[in-house]
Write a protein that binds this ligand. Structure first.
Ligand code: CP3
Length: 344
């Protein structure tokens, strides 16, 4: 039964003896079956836009490790593409986008209404996944948060980091607000379409939240995420939302106090004992094993896994990493982590 799925129970605030487990970037290059399907698709974007293959990539880790979640195989940058940015992924260099560098570049973007037609294949992937995922797994849809997606649209990729976006924000604040507003609208539409297509939970990735602080953090991290969360909640009150404001530090507590999300995903710089005290009383906590332990493995992996489960055992917890699994992670270490969580 849907309401007995372990992940949904945790997101509703129930604690369990062994927490549900999945990992960020669980479909990826550390898996030989992913590398095979990726080469069949030709390139990363073709894989994202071919529903049968994207569904297969999403299901590979769920079948192999018995994870409690199936996360849609897609990327946060497809929304930028739907708004008119040229997007390519080249091996070894990551994403490459046409750059937003002037206010008129912002005004030249397409309207948020173009999202559903451009991203139809993504919604088809979700329909396949809802039908084909294992009965105890929960289907997660996702989007990038406006600030994080804007950093890529302004820098043109990930080589220059977040500095071009910070400069744009300082010098062209009004235009930057317009860009964020456009992304808020597009993200609300994208998440709503995903839910209508079968997503049982949605997650917002604000990977670069920690680059901002003070009033900028309020204006471009807190507010846009809250606007999206409010809009999605008012249309789909029963769908849990996970927020990952990576490297937000003590500001994680502001999100917990505001009580707007069902779950906060914490990066590995957050002390789990602090999270248990400050976040868990109002929200479920997801995280936060150091991904490098899945490369090195051994007793340190087992010890850290048990310690993490123990620290967060007093409230709702979803076991996960503090950030995505890396291509050099070892499969036997992922197996060891899952067995350790489940036997805890
Ligand atoms: O398994 C899953 O987690 C679902 C699919 C997923 C991908 N990207 C697939 C992907 C998800 C949820 C994302 C989110 C994403 N994409 C984020 C936020 C989460 C995070 O990790 O911080 C960000 C910042 C991106 C943007 C992005 N996509 C970058 C910077 C890169 C290049 C770096 C890299 O890891 O290669 C990507 C590519 C990407 N997205 C890959 C995958 C599996 C690797 C592509 C390949 O096969 O070569």
């Amino acid at each position: 039964m849907t309401n007995q799925k372990p992940l949904l129970k945790a997101l509703r605030g129930e604690s369990a003896t062994a927490p549900p487990v999945w990992i960020m970037r669980q479909a990826g290059r550390y898996l030989p079956e992913y590398r095979a399907i990726r080469s069949r698709a030709g390139d990363f974007l073709s894989l994202c836009y071919t529903p049968e293959l994207a569904a297969e990539a999403s299901l590979q880790p769920v079948r192999r490790f018995g994870f409690d979640a199936t996360i849609l195989f897609s990327d946060i940058l497809l929304v930028a593409q739907a708004l008119g940015s040229d997007l390519e992924f080249s091996d070894g260099r990551g994403p490459c986008l046409s750059r937003i560098s002037t206010p008129s570049d912002v005004d030249g973007l397409r309207s948020a209404d173009s999202v559903p037609s451009c991203l139809q294949p993504i919604y088809e992937t979700l329909r396949i996944l809802l039908r084909d995922q294992p009965a105890n797994a929960t289907l997660i849809g996702f989007a990038g948060s406006p600030w994080t997606v804007a950093t890529y649209m302004i820098s043109g990729g990930n080589m220059r980091g977040q500095e071009p976006a910070v400069k744009f924000l300082d010098h062209q604040r009004t235009a930057f607000h317009r860009l964020i507003d456009r992304l808020v609208d597009a993200t609300i539409i994208h998440l709503s379409e995903q839910i209508k297509s079968g997503a049982e939970v949605v997650k917002l990735f604000d990977t670069w939240a920690g680059r901002l602080n003070g009033a900028d953090f309020d204006d471009f991290v807190v507010q846009p995420n809250n606007r999206i969360i409010d809009a999605v909640k008012s249309e789909f009150p029963e769908v849990p939302i996970i927020l990952f404001p990576r490297h937000a530090g003590r500001r994680y507590a502001d999100f917990a106090a505001a009580n707007v999300v069902d779950c906060l995903a914490i990066d590995q710089t957050v002390d789990p004992d602090w999270a248990a005290k400050r976040l868990q009383p109002t929200t479920c906590v997801q995280g936060n094993l150091d991904p490098s332990l899945l490369v090195s493995g051994g007793q340190p992996l087992v010890d850290a896994t048990l310690q993490l489960v123990n620290s967060l055992s007093g409230g709702p917890h979803v076991f996960n990493l503090g950030h995505g699994i890396t291509p050099d992670a070892r499969i036997e270490n992922v197996e060891l982590m899952v067995t350790t969580v489940r036997s805890s």
